[in-house]
Design a protein around this ligand. Structure first.
Ligand SMILES: [Zn+2]
Length: 115
């Protein structure tokens, strides 16, 4: 039961993330190009690959009530500004997640083995 719920949730997350546009070329990602690394409550960690421009990003998204309320990637500051100007992100969400990712050493297995 728990595993089933998780699978349903993952396909939903991928579907939601497919509406997110590539930070490099603006094309929407495709479900097949989105990999879920794990999640910590509402905060989901994903690896995305853009079929149009071949860009790969590590991405963190806040997903609540079946919608993506915030997305952050390992993009540069200028690219993040583009997202912010597009109204995709709230400034405080960017700051929170940016600080989180800055302190985060990239070892997801370590993060998710914590209680
Ligand atoms: Zn792209």
């Amino acid at each position: 039961m728990g595993l089933e719920t998780e699978l349903v949730e993952e396909s939903l997350i991928k579907k939601l993330m497919a509406s997110v546009k590539c930070g490099a070329c603006g094309r929407c990602y495709e479900v097949d190009n989105i990999g879920i690394l794990g999640h910590e409550g509402d905060l989901w960690f994903l690896r995305v690959f853009c079929p149009a421009c071949q860009a790969q990003y590590l991405m963190a998204a806040v997903i609540r009530e079946d919608r993506v309320s915030g997305v952050i990637t390992d993009l540069t500051g200028a690219e993040l500004d583009k997202f912010r100007n597009a109204g995709v992100l709230a400034a405080d969400e960017i700051l929170d997640m940016h600080n989180f990712l800055k302190d985060f050493d990239g070892d997801f297995s370590q993060l998710f083995s914590q209680n």
